[in-house]
Design a protein around this ligand. Structure first.
Ligand SMILES: *Cc1c(COP(=O)(O)O)cnc(C)c1O
Length: 391
């Protein structure tokens, strides 16, 4: 028998190399050497899902009505709960039937959106650095990513005026993500106003990822893109229950906004998946009804952690801005070092794992991301080790 060499499809080969593999290898080596590794690289809450949500799932799981295929657009009652929450939280009115779609995680919706609205050869505007799924979804749909640099001097907002005309002529979709992973930056409403005007002028669909809107500090409350008049004519917003309610493993989120885009995404989903487990949607309804309380409690925990870590990092002479939202701290690496080298040095000399900024795009080079997903004693321990290692 002749066996041919195996080759993956070109669209898989076109994905950027996964930089985190190397870091993960170093982390496992350190653990094998007996080092008590402090892992600050994970964008996944260490806190458990609040008990009322877990109880709601247990109850709903016992109901045989929930054992069958769900509707791909999601339970109407879940979509109503999303709509109610958007009204309470942002003052935004959404039709549960036409302007809300249940997702199996925001990642699923982000990954599928380009299949719904991008033709091969179309350009998709993507922030750099960014959550990697915007690029992967674009490549899977045959689109061409165009990176919009996020730089500190612009508050990590893209400079829309710097995008060349030739790019704008072919641009079909723009991803945004505020509060931002990995930089921790937030966007003012005035930026969203600029985006709506820009998207109208150039006929670009906007997809704003608001996954971190409920993890916020010092009394600041991140806005919704849809608060801006006209936003619903140009785009959609993603929201996820993952980070807000410590439910990353549950796979439940939503897309809301422009009805035609929501319908196009629903069509893709109805051909590829059969929707989110209804019992999880039932639990999601309970979660959304408690959003204010849970957001306040979680944010208070992350704010204390942020204060400990930011103060500690500054004390050891590292340059860092305190984020007003998200659970990430975006640190400038000391001069003369690159992201991957600095992260490797942190693992080897202090047993601390962080994420190299370059893993989020070339503009992330020179930065490192710390996640606040570890308790305060671990953060203090990390600072102590940094003092010995770098001091
Ligand atoms: C974690 C994360 C998501 C994914 O959320 P899920 O709903 O768990 O799929 C989406 N966007 C950003 C920016 C994230 O950091």
């Amino acid at each position: 028998m002749i066996t041919r060499e195996f080759e993956v499809a070109r669209r898989l080969a076109a994905l950027p190399p996964y930089l985190f593999v190397e870091i993960d290898r170093k982390r496992r080596e350190a653990i094998a050497r007996g080092i008590d590794v402090i892992n600050l690289s994970i964008g996944d809450p260490d806190l458990p899902t609040p008990p009322p949500i877990v109880r709601a799932l247990a109850r709903a799981a016992r109901d045989p009505a929930n054992h069958r295929y769900p509707e791909s657009e999601g339970l109407e009652r879940f979509r109503q709960a999303v709509s109610d929450w958007y009204r309470r939280r942002f003052g935004v009115e959404l039709s549960p039937q036409r302007e809300v779609l249940t997702l199996i995680g925001a990642k699923e919706g982000i990954g599928h959106l380009p299949l719904a609205v991008v033709n091969p050869g179309d350009i998709v505007l993507i922030p750099d650095p960014a959550y990697p799924v915007y690029r992967a979804g674009t490549i899977f749909a045959g689109g061409t990513p165009y990176e919009m640099p996020l730089r500190r001097e612009n508050g990590f907002l893209p400079d829309l005026g710097a995008i060349p005309r030739s790019v704008l002529e072919r641009a079909r979709l723009m991803f945004l993500n505020y509060p931002n992973n990995p930089t921790g930056a937030v966007a003012p409403v005035s930026f969203y106003e600029e985006v709506v005007e820009f998207a109208r002028r150039h006929n670009i669909i906007v997809a704003q990822d608001n996954t971190y809107s409920e993890i916020c500090f010092d009394g600041y409350r991140p806005p919704s893109f849809l608060q801006v008049p006209g936003a619903k004519d140009v785009g959609i917003e993603f929201h996820s229950l993952s980070k807000t309610f410590n439910m990353t493993g549950w796979r439940i989120a939503c897309a809301v906004g422009r009805a035609e885009v929501i319908e196009a995404l629903r069509m893709v989903k109805s051909n590829l998946d059969s929707g989110a487990f209804q019992a999880v949607q039932e639990a999601g309804i309970v979660a959304l009804s408690m959003a204010e309380e849970i957001s306040r409690r979680n944010s208070a925990i992350y704010q204390r952690r942020r204060d400990v870590l930011v103060r500690g990092l500054r004390k050891v002479g590292l340059e860092v801005d305190a984020p007003r939202a998200t659970f990430y701290v975006w640190l400038r690496v000391p001069p003369g070092q690159d992201s991957a080298g600095f992260v490797a040095r942190l693992i080897e000399t202090a047993g601390i794992v962080a994420t190299p900024g370059s893993g989020f795009g070339k503009e992330g080079e020179g930065y490192v991301r710390f996640a606040l997903t570890a308790p305060i004693p671990r953060l203090r321990e990390a600072i102590g080790r940094l003092q010995s290692a770098l001091g």
